[in-house]
Design a protein around this ligand. Structure first.
Ligand code: ADE
Ligand code: ZN
Length: 320
């Protein structure tokens, strides 16, 4: 089965580039930037990855990305991910980046996006993998900061296919960003957002995302299973879910594999992705293996993935 998974042409649609920062690269970038990490070895660093829910993960995730300072740092980060993804026969990736996690500590937006963009262009030429960027807003910051980030992104619009919403969901519902999303839509961006698994108001957040914001996709969104009317709505509208079983297993202590399979069986466009693979151990092939899918299901999930990509129709068809 693992050979079948490995050989299958894949699309990855839920991947935080800052969550691909492996300990080895973290040490290399720290050295390059004159930063002394509070760990002597890679093993010590890994041992400090002590998290069991979303907030405890996010604390380590934001601390970890402090070593990213220069354009070549962002280039190296993205190129390393794309090399790894290509080695698993990922043919196309939509990559989240968190500009506010960098601008809030004085790293310019321009430098972040230039590094990522240059890696994407080089990877396409050198590795044959295609990718596009999705800009995420941090939902635990104020909506005004998200709006300012949206405006800052406009000169780079050609390099960004859509917007997302991530970070700590507790007390930060989709409705908080309604005006930001309306403007993003006006500017031609496609829309997704995290509705993380087992949150305080999961169903209400999914409802707001679908009915009030009008998202094109939902990241995670597995709790939708609890509300058949919403399930019907996402099926009708062709809204896909980007699910991440290994990540679920760590932040909720269940991979939610049974729930994800049920949604797939009901006809929801479910996909399987890796989220933050340097922290939730496993890239897309390992996440697919975790699901215990039949070959038929594996093929269906990858068809779903290419179908819900934000590529123009003719490029989608070339993959399908
Ligand atoms: N930022 C990076 N990974 C995330 C996740 N799994 N949920 C919410 N925000 C994130
Ligand atoms: Zn995520």
């Amino acid at each position: 089965m693992n050979d079948f998974i490995k050989g299958l042409p894949k699309a990855e649609l839920h991947l935080h580039i800052e969550g691909t920062l492996e300990p080895e690269l973290k040490f290399e970038l720290a050295g390059r930037n004159g930063i002394v990490l509070p760990y002597a070895t890679i093993e010590e660093l890994r041992a400090a990855y002590d998290f069991d829910d979303l907030p405890s993960f996010l604390k380590i995730y934001y601390e970890g990305m402090g070593v990213l300072r220069t354009e070549p740092d962002f280039y190296d980060l993205a190129f390393a991910y794309l090399r790894k993804a290509a080695s698993q026969n990922v043919r196309y990736a939509e990559i989240f980046f968190d500009p506010q996690a960098h601008t809030s500590r004085g790293v310019p937006f321009d430098l972040v996006i230039r590094g990522l963009r240059r890696a994407i262009l080089d990877a396409e030429k050198q590795l044959g993998i295609r990718a596009q960027l999705i800009m995420c807003f941090l939902r635990d910051f104020q909506a005004e900061y998200a709006m300012a980030t949206l405006l800052e992104s406009l000169p780079y619009k050609e390099w960004i296919v859509g917007v997302g919403l991530d970070s700590d969901e507790k007390g930060n519902p989709p409705a908080k960003f309604a005006a930001v999303y309306a403007r993003a839509r006006q500017e031609g961006y496609l829309l997704t957002m995290h509705c993380d698994v087992d949150q305080e108001n999961s169903i209400e957040h999914i409802r707001q995302a679908v009915e009030d914001i009008g998202v094109d996709r939902i990241d995670h969104g597995v709790n939708i299973l609890e509300n058949p009317a919403l399930v019907e709505k996402v099926i009708d509208r062709g809204i896909g879910l980007t699910c991440c079983p290994i990540s679920n297993g760590i932040v909720t202590r269940s991979t939610k594999a049974a729930e994800i399979k049920k949604l797939l069986g009901q006809g929801v466009r479910v996909t399987i992705n890796s989220d933050d693979p340097a922290y939730f151990p496993g890239y897309v092939a390992e996440n697919l293996a975790e699901m215990g899918f039949t070959q038929e299901e594996l093929v269906q999930v990858q068809r779903n993935a290419f179908e819900i990509t934000w590529l123009p129709r003719h490029l989608k068809d070339a993959f399908l």
